[in-house]
Design a protein around this ligand. Structure first.
Ligand code: TXA
Ligand code: MG
Length: 316
């Protein structure tokens, strides 16, 4: 069972977050499973704990606009929507800044990031004590209902996490509305409690696809573009090709490749998850024509790593 913390324990909870541990906390939408967004290992624990079968990018939560603006490019439309709806149940997808503090895993290798400022007083206090972005997907095992009370979190994840902050029943009870502002066409990616009419009052030409449903988070990542390297990826490492790079895993690295990045020489899946997107980017940027990938166990986090590599290889 996880320990239930109260609003009097927020300094302790913030310390845990800043030290790389997970803490479930209330927001006005649903309870989130929080981790330091700048710490790849902490983010990897989220995927492990929720047993997410794929690395969907996460939402980074902030208490301060100044901090947020260091991580994403805050456009004029972002300013308008933020003025109207923040703090509140709205998430904006924006381009990351060059020196964004968000870990590659938090954004699943994308050049954009989803950010929001929650209005729940406990979330705000906790975030301002952390003074860091905190990623938080809904605090439930993957595929199950989102939690709107601390008891729901305890039931779903209580045997896997140490701390849950009690903050009553979430007033919105539905995940935040997500708007993509990273392209020239502002587009709603997920419907939530904030309605299209409310959004259109601020951005009249916002694209509101009618095939999206309010329960879209049950199929997270469906509408998200996945990062894939621009060069060819193959899930095998025999016969090194000319000008080929290797994404290695484990202590025995074969010879004959132009560049090698080892996800984890000690075969740690957590370490591999932390490095996955950064190393794919590095291999792509090294100018190789193709990337060979060594096999990785499909236990635990390995499943999500494998899913990513299969997609990168164009096999899914
Ligand atoms: O209300 C909420 O937003 C809750 C609370 C805890 O804040 N959080 C939440 O997180 O619903 P999660 O991880 O369940 O949903 C994140 C959604 C996913 O559907 C993901 O695909 C999308 O945000 N997302 C994240 N980064 C993105 C990006 N760069 N581009 C497009 N979509 C993105
Ligand atoms: Mg969710």
């Amino acid at each position: 069972m996880a320990l239930i913390l109260t609003k009097n324990d927020l300094v302790f909870a913030a310390e845990q977050l800043c030290n790389g541990h997970l803490v479930a906390f209330p927001t006005e939408t649903v309870y989130g499973l929080g981790a330091d967004a700048t710490d790849g290992e902490a983010v990897a624990q989220i995927y492990e704990t929720k047993e997410r079968p794929a690395f969907n990018p996460l939402i980074a939560h902030y208490a301060s606009l100044d901090l947020l603006k260091k991580d994403v490019i805050f456009t004029e439309n972002a300013r308008l929507l933020a003025e109207a709806f923040w703090p509140g149940p709205l998430t904006l997808v924006l381009k990351k800044t060059k020196d964004s503090s968000l870990s590659g895993l938090a954004c699943a290798g994308l050049t954009t990031a989803a950010v929001r400022m929650p209005s729940h007083p406990i979330a705000q206090k906790l975030l301002s004590l952390c003074a860091k972005p905190i990623v938080a997907p809904s605090a439930n095992p993957s595929g199950l209902l989102s939690p709107t009370t601390a008891a729901h979190v305890q039931k779903g994840l209580g045997n896997k996490i140490k701390w849950i902050i009690e903050g009553g029943v979430c007033t919105e009870g539905l995940e935040s509305t997500i708007v993509d502002l990273s392209t020239d066409k502002p587009t709603i990616l997920r419907y939530g409690t904030l309605t299209v009419t409310e959004l259109q009052k601020i951005i009249p030409h916002i694209v509101a696809p009618d095939h999206l449903r309010a329960d879209a988070p049950k199929a997270p990542g469906m509408l998200v573009k996945h990062y894939a390297p621009s060069c060819k990826v193959r899930l095998s490492f025999d016969n090194p090709q000319p000008n080929e790079g290797l994404l290695a895993f484990g202590p025995h690295v074969p010879q004959g490749f132009k560049v090698v990045y080892n996800l984890s020489s000690s075969s740690s899946l957590t370490e591999a998850a932390v490095h996955l997107f950064d190393y794919l980017h590095a291999l792509e940027e090294s100018g190789v024509d193709s990337i060979a990938v060594m096999p990785i166990s499909q236990e635990g986090l390995g499943k999500a790593i494998h899913d990513k590599l299969v997609r990168a290889a164009g096999l899914l």
